[in-house]
Design a protein around this ligand. Structure first.
Ligand code: NDP
Ligand code: 2IT
Length: 459
């Protein structure tokens, strides 16, 4: 690695360029990682320039260099007796405020750039929750689509045979993400328990019958909507009757839709990697039950859901041309580009809150930030409810107790309110009239992490 250079010794406006050049030189060809870091550095570097305490000790350089990344081979046997080989990783980014924590993603396109962007963002998100959890991300370039339950089980067991050496209840606690839900966490946990001869909370997102938390499945999607309600309060609006465009139809999207419907909003789109279904009349509870049945239980497509509930379907299209008041991108990174952002703004969209991690491209974020009529909340704030309830699952495991749904929901609402407040505190303009949620989230996350790192000394 090239020697790093301290870009923070003065309030020079070239600090951002200097810092990014170093990062790109040290991490070539990792576009997603560069994008995630740039987004944070744009807010944090000016903050650091005004706050001398944070100018020494290479804090942002240290935060952008993962503590360690392990990668290992996963070989497994399919139902026909053929052997397959995949690559798996765990990127342990920073444990200054608590043990590493973050999801596992199964996606054939997974690579180190994506893992590093996710792991880096996770550190800030976890800091924002107020819980003692550090940041990590992992996964494998395994495609669960079309695989039988037994194949997925064998893959998860093979993965855990190696991952077991790097995780633990006080060391690193993985959970789900794209392609990893309750089924996969169950298989992973079963193998962890067999290998270690211990029943401890080394994974979250477990079934409620074996140490999982109520509401963990729903938490990310519900949390996004709780966050949106606080944003709406700032513009004296209520969610009831508003049109909501949602992308994705997985864990986050479907539970965001569920909470929107419960609160009287109209969910006018859902999508998947094949296309988008849309209807201005909005999703009913019965329609949503079909979504859960076809997409979650049967692992089908949104096209099949559209057929079943008689909605229009646009193959290969995303939801962002729908006229909506609120847009919730809940599928994957960079699914909403600059043109989509322009269309949303032109159509009068007032709130964009990210359920997915980094779903908006840098161009899209710039458009949102420039638009005075729209409030934009980044994923690290808006989707933190999932990892927050993972943190609560860890607490329940540690105290050998079960918390009721009502108790967990109350805690989740409180945590989302606190995250919103942290964004307001660190993102308000000088007269307090407008909030830059991205700046608020980045600065608040940075401060918590930076103070912990400064207190613990440089190693
Ligand atoms: P799921 O695997 O449950 O669902 C993912 C959804 O996104 C599916 O509908 C999938 O479509 C769609 N999708 C995936 N890739 C693409 C693509 N390239 N283009 C269009 N659609 C796509 O994952 P989650 O709901 O758990 O995760 C969604 C997002 O939320 C991710 O960014 C994740 O990192 C983030 N997140 C998840 C949390 C959690 O607790 N699960 C917590 C915080 C953030 P298809 O069905 O066709 O594959
Ligand atoms: O991106 C995320 O916050 C997650 N996938 C959830 C991580 C967790 O540990 O619950």
């Amino acid at each position: 690695m090239n020697e790093s250079q301290n870009c923070f010794s003065s309030a020079d406006t070239n600090n951002l360029d200097c810092f990014m050049q170093g990062l790109i030189r040290r991490n070539p060809h990792q576009d997603e990682f560069h994008q995630a870091v740039h987004e944070v550095a744009e807010d944090v570097i000016p903050f650091v320039a005004d706050n001398q305490r944070y100018q020494s000790e290479m804090l942002l350089e240290r935060m952008t260099e993962p503590d360690q990344i392990v990668s290992f081979r996963v070989s497994w046997v399919d139902d026909d007796g053929n052997t397959h080989v995949n690559r798996a990783w765990r990127a342990q980014f920073n444990n200054a405020i608590g043990p590493y924590k973050g999801g596992l993603r199964f996606d054939p396109d997974l690579n180190e750039s994506i893992l590093k962007f996710l792991g880096f963002e996770q550190c800030f998100k976890n800091a924002l929750t107020g819980l003692p959890i550090g940041g990590a991300k992992g996964g494998a370039n395994f495609n669960p689509k079309g695989r039988s339950d037994k194949e997925v089980m064998r893959f998860c067991q093979a993965l855990m045979n190696s991952l077991v050496h790097y995780i633990g209840q006080n060391r690193d606690i993985p959970a789900g993400d794209i392609g990893v839900g309750a089924r996969e966490i169950g298989y992973l946990f079963g193998q962890y328990r067999r290998l270690t001869h211990e029943f401890v909370g080394a994974l979250t997102g477990k079934g409620v019958s074996f140490g999982g938390s109520e509401l963990r499945i729903e938490a990310t999607g519900f949390g996004v909507v709780y966050f949106v309600r606080h944003m709406l309060d700032r513009i004296d609006a209520d969610i009831e009757g508003l049109k909501v465009a949602i992308s994705g139809s997985g864990n986050v999207a479907n539970h965001a839709a569920q909470k929107c419907i419960e609160l009287g909003a109209k969910v006018i789109t859902l999508s998947d990697s094949g296309g988008t279904m849309h209807s201005s009349k909005g999703l009913s509870e019965d329609d949503l039950a079909q979504v859960f049945k076809i997409k979650t239980e049967q692992r089908g497509t949104i096209e099949e859901v559209a057929d079943a509930i008689d909605w229009a379907y646009s193959k290969g299209k995303n939801p962002w041309s729908a006229e909506c008041d609120i847009a919730l991108p809940c599928a994957t990174q960079n699914e909403l580009d600059g043109n989509d952002a322009k269309t949303l703004i032109k159509n009068g969209c007032r709130i964009v809150a990210e359920g997915a991690n980094m779903p908006s491209t840098a161009e899209a974020v710039a458009q949102f930030q420039d638009c005075k009529k729209l409030l934009y909340a980044p994923g690290k704030a808006a989707n933190a409810g999932g990892v927050a309830v993972s943190g609560l699952e860890r607490s329940q495991n540690a105290e050998h107790r079960y918390w009721s749904m009502e108790r967990v929901d109350k805690e989740l609402r409180g945590i989302m309110a606190d995250i919103h407040q942290r964004c307001v505190e660190h993102g308000s303009d000088s007269d307090g009239t407008s909030v830059n949620y991205r700046k608020g989230a980045n600065v608040a996350g940075f401060l918590k992490l930076a103070d912990a790192m400064l207190s613990q000394g440089t190693v």
